[in-house]
Write a protein of this length. Structure first.
Length: 196
């Protein structure tokens, strides 16, 4: 017993009086819980987007069917077909990249126009540490790619022609991209019919 107040002195027991909470603890803990909640929500959304766009090939698999994945093969095909090479730098972990693929690049009209006017090539930046990806890593360094998604257009001879950066805040990203593509790549000339 505490002789001064005739109360039990049980600082750790069931009769202990909790200390007054400080302003810091009343503010910090709710903020921590809110931040954890927001982070969890963001992770769940990202994983849902990723699983919806996942595939087996570099840069999103099935999302970009028919795209080249090796730089040398892309330039060889561009030269053989007489078309510019469109190089798209991306990564699986990149939400804006996944948004650009799903919302723009896989739209049937965009996909058809891309393949009609260019030789599209996707470079998954996560694979650039492999020995077989040195040409792609050198191109990324040469073009000073500092953020993704990023796109460059090259002539069939390898001369840089234009750059496109995806704007997630655009009201009409499909129109933005197809407008840019039409501006930098002239329409394919109609095939000439042999004279009769």
């Amino acid at each position: 017993m505490n002789e001064q107040h005739d109360m039990p002195n049980d600082a750790d027991g069931p009769l202990a009086v909790p200390p007054k909470s400080s302003l810091k603890s009343r503010v910090v803990w709710p903020l921590v819980f809110v931040m954890v909640g927001i982070g969890s929500w963001g992770l769940v959304n990202f994983m849902a987007t990723r699983s919806a766009n996942a595939g087996g090939a570099p840069g999103g698999g099935e999302v970009l069917q028919g795209w080249e994945t090796q730089l040398r093969a892309g330039f060889a095909r561009a030269e053989a077909e007489g078309k510019p090479l469109l190089v798209y730098f991306t990564a699986e972990w990149c939400p804006p990249c996944q948004d650009f693929k799903a919302g723009v690049l896989t739209q049937p009209a965009v996909d058809a126009e891309l393949k009609d006017k260019t030789v599209p090539l996707v470079i998954d930046t996560d694979t650039l540490g492999r020995p077989d990806r040195q040409a792609e890593l050198q191109l990324m360094t040469l073009m000073n790619v500092q953020g993704i998604p990023d796109m460059y257009l090259f002539s069939a001879q390898g001369r840089p022609m234009a750059q496109y950066r995806y704007d997630m805040m655009s009201r009409d990203p499909v129109a933005d991209f197809t407008g840019w593509l039409s501006e930098v790549v002239p329409a394919a000339a109609p095939a000439t019919q042999p004279a009769e």
